[in-house]
Design a protein around this ligand. Sequence first.
Ligand SMILES: [Zn+2]
Ligand SMILES: [Zn+2]
Length: 557
Amino acid sequence: MITKADELVYAPLGGVGEIGMNLSVYGYGSGRKKAWIAVDLGVSFGGGEDLPGVDLVMPDIRFLLEERKSLHGLILTHGHEDHFGAIIDLWPRLKVPIFATPFTAALFEAKRQAEPGAPEIPVNVVPLGGTIKLGPFTVELCSMSHSIPESNALIIGTPLGKVLHTGDWKLDPTPVVGPATDEARLRRLGEEGCLALVGDSTNAVRDGRSPSESEVGATLAKLIAAAPQRVAITTFASHVARIRSIALAARDCGREVVLVGRAMERVVQVARETGHLDGVPEFRSASNYGYFPRDKVVALCTGSQGEPRAALARIASDSHPEIGLAKGDQVIFSSRTIPGNEKAVNKIINGLVAQGVEVITERDHLVHVSGHPRRDELKELLGWVKPSIMIPVHGEPLHLAAHAKLARSLGVPEVVGCRNGDLVRLAPGPAGIVDEVPQGRLYKDGYLIVEAEARTVADRRRLGFVGVVSVALALDETGTLCSDPEVELIGIPENDGRGKSFAAQAVQTALETVEHLPRARRRDPDTVAEAVRRAVRGGIAASWGKKPLCLVHVLTV
Ligand SMILES: [Zn+2]
Ligand SMILES: [Zn+2]
């Protein structure tokens, strides 16, 4: 039953205006009394120079915690880290029922078990094409092809209409693993009536269609067949279709496949258990590598993004205990370099080339293809589904704008651009942003999770540009210095431009500052500390041109 006040709303809490850390919520009901479901809970990988020491970035889940009592479930579209990578860290605060298809659930469990100290986290397994009833929502899974098995769009049924949440997808009639995008179901949704489409914008600036996964497989098969010696191939660990293509190509040339890297071993085991590698010969372990003739082996490695501890980096620096390459061998990057990783990947490529290894990347041959839809695919989906509203998500502002423009040009009646934290009303009435909900970012910092607004990481970033000067003073009860100040510099040049020691200057400045303070004020340690801090910092800044951080400790004895 629909009451007059009932409305259907959508809010992204991550993944809009950025690639990564996807988290969306849908709400149904009136005013503050809404039932909610959440879709995906992903991470972005560390910020590198921008966020020193941060391994993972996650969406802030304050809103989910506030609405915890009316949050009916968390549905995972697929097993990529930008969709499920934050669960192990954040679920213990939420304890909401999780729903996922068999491969995603098994991959999550394998990952959880590999993480020391990870809590038990139950996942409800839903079959492909299955339906989940959650309060006023009926969520139906719709198979989509992508670069990992079992990617799903969600058809979210509510009393006010159906929403298609596309998840990550592409159109690929020959996806190598798993079913192709379920065109029949999507066309039927168009006939039933689709209120809103919330869709993947990653490749909305790219014209045409993405090539099929099976074309990549064919290219890899040709390259392996023509290779005179050893071939090592690196790809994303979770790319089961690629792993399958490589395995079958190797088999056809009479080569054994050696698996190198723990993340890939884990995915392969899960893929075998869930039937996605049926018919693929067993892989050999890395310890067998040296026993195969040079033209009878393919090494399948982790490390396509230049990760320094992954298999390929160690092979490139000739420090892998079991796998080595020599002049005339080939390395194929069956991957795309994610922006931000170029330096690390180039370092590996240079290491390999210096050893006389031939390196093949997507610039040379069709050895990789994206798992996201280009413009003609986006058009086709909009044509099938014919939504009244389109909301572009999963992209940076450039991608979102291109997707919005494309939808408008195709005559989608309402296109709503929103940002993380915007609450969008989908029905009743015209669609639009009606409110804001709390959103933000969390950082994984060592074992801890810290709020992005906390000063920790900002302080660390500052320390990357300036140093620290620390001054320790001891005063007696009359405010007289008991000894010379102790000064320590970290990350500050030793001498100024005239060759004068910064440490000696800081001692001098501290002494003079204390002496010039009236005796009454010298008895207050805080006053002394602040005066010394300003003077020392200013003194160093005057001849360095940069303001260091300055810490002053005043002990009273
Ligand atoms: Zn994604
Ligand atoms: Zn994905």
